[in-house]
Write a protein that binds this ligand. Structure first.
Ligand code: PLP
Length: 405
């Protein structure tokens, strides 16, 4: 593709990823994306100079402060929020447990939560466990097993005046489905419930906007878009101010610091900022603020990935020996498939032998795969595309799956 404004020059983009020099086809992006050189450099540069903890009056402490604020500002730009609402932490799972604990202090026996069968377990189990401790009612939003959609109309029946929280994914990391989170959020807000959106899988593929999503919390993990292993939960600072997470007494009580336990990985925070800069610079001539550039580049990423994915999806669906799970209308470039006489682990091994990196299993979408019945046979094989994948790679994957007939 040419490198005009708003278009992805994939040859140039691939040159940014040292990991691609292994010559393999990386369709394992949903489990964690490859890391651009700019991120590697930012992390190593941060470690070449002294970094102390924050709160001191000397230069290396000020440097730590800058790294925290750089990472918060970058994540805020990614979801259209303010840096003061960005809580940084180890990953989505730990942060969701922490938020669930903090929210649970406000909930009572008989209160209700709504979780979805489409979600990664990280946006189910923390809520189920806190609900169980308190004696809350859990309601489930179900997936249409044929299409893989999560219909939003069902929330009319699931929400009551006792609903305290709706937890829902912006995109399924297993089958790519993008539910209408805005429609679900509007319903939840009308019922007076909070909305916790897991955007870990969605973030590398689309421009997210916390307000437009009708989300109160958005959970993210930088390693899903080419950053280091750092997670974030984004919320309105006012909402964070109402919550009392477990914390040490001498640790800062201000928001969002109140939610961040212990000394953070400052050097990785440099990589978080660099990874958002990487996304924002994918269409290099684009002018404007980082948020404006993200809007252009992620829209180019979306168009590019959609075309690639369409090729992959159509080809696999045309193969009599392949069963692609679900057929959602709006989706990320991610699918899962099974073959009738081969277990997913065996298929993944065969693909690996042909130079294709692909995950097998349930991808922690345990509830979804149990509902589909896929877990009895070892789950499925997942193929997920990223902005560094190419048509040639997709054709190689197609040929490799065809060869397993
Ligand atoms: C949709 C989704 N949610 C949550 C998670 C868990 O993220 P983390 O590894 O940051 O805890 C993942 C990771 O695979 C994911 O894909």
């Amino acid at each position: 593709m040419s490198s005009g404004a708003g278009q992805l020059d994939v040859a140039r983009v691939r040159g940014l990823f040292p990991g691609l020099s292994d010559g393999l086809v990386h369709t394992d992006g949903p489990g964690g994306a490859l890391v651009p050189e700019s991120v590697v450099r930012a992390v190593s540069q941060a470690m070449r100079v002294p970094i102390a903890d924050r709160g001191g009056v000397f230069a290396s402490s000020a440097r730590a402060e800058q790294l925290v604020s750089g990472a918060r500002t970058a994540v805020a730009d990614l979801v259209g929020a303010v840096p003061a609402g960005v809580v940084l932490g180890p990953n989505v799972t730990s942060l969701t447990y922490a938020v669930a604990r903090a929210l649970g202090k406000h909930w009572r026996r008989g209160d209700e939560i709504v979780v979805s069968r489409l979600d990664h377990d990280a946006n189910i189990r923390p809520w189920l466990q806190i609900a169980d401790e308190i004696g809350m009612v859990v309601r489930w939003a179900e997936v249409d097993i044929e299409t893989g959609e999560l219909p939003d109309w069902q929330y009319d029946e699931l929400l009551t005046d006792r609903t305290r929280l709706v937890a829902v994914t912006a995109a399924s990391n297993a089958i790519g489905t993008c539910p209408d989170v805005t429609a679900i959020g509007l319903r939840a807000h009308r019922a007076g419930a909070l909305v916790y959106v897991d955007a870990a899988h969605a973030a590398p593929h689309m421009l997210l906007d916390i307000t437009q999503l009708e989300a109160d919390f958005v959970a993210l993990s930088a390693y899903k878009w080419g950053g280091p292993h750092v997670g974030a939960v984004v919320a309105h600072p006012g909402l964070l101010g109402e919550l009392r997470p477990d914390k040490l007494v001498p640790a800062p009580d201000r928001v969002p610091d109140r939610f961040e336990q212990g000394s953070p990985p400052y050097e990785l925070y440099a990589g978080v900022a660099a990874s958002v800069d990487h996304l924002a610079a994918l269409c290099p001539e684009t002018p404007g603020t980082r948020r404006e550039r993200l809007a252009v580049s992620l829209s180019a990423v979306g168009r590019y990935e959609d075309a690639l994915f369409d090729r992959l999806d159509r080809a696999l669906r045309s193969m009599a020996h392949v069963q692609v799970l679900g057929s959602p209308q709006y989706r990320t470039p991610t699918l899962s498939f099974t073959l009738p006489r081969m277990r997913p682990r065996q298929v993944a091994r065969e693909l690996a032998r042909r130079g294709v990196c692909a995950w097998d299993g349930d991808f922690y979408s345990r509830e979804l795969f149990d509902a589909i019945g896929a877990n009895e046979d070892g789950g499925a094989v997942r193929l997920g595309l990223m902005h560094y994948n190419t048509v040639d790679e997709v054709d190689h994957v197609i040929d490799s799956v065809a060869a397993l007939r």
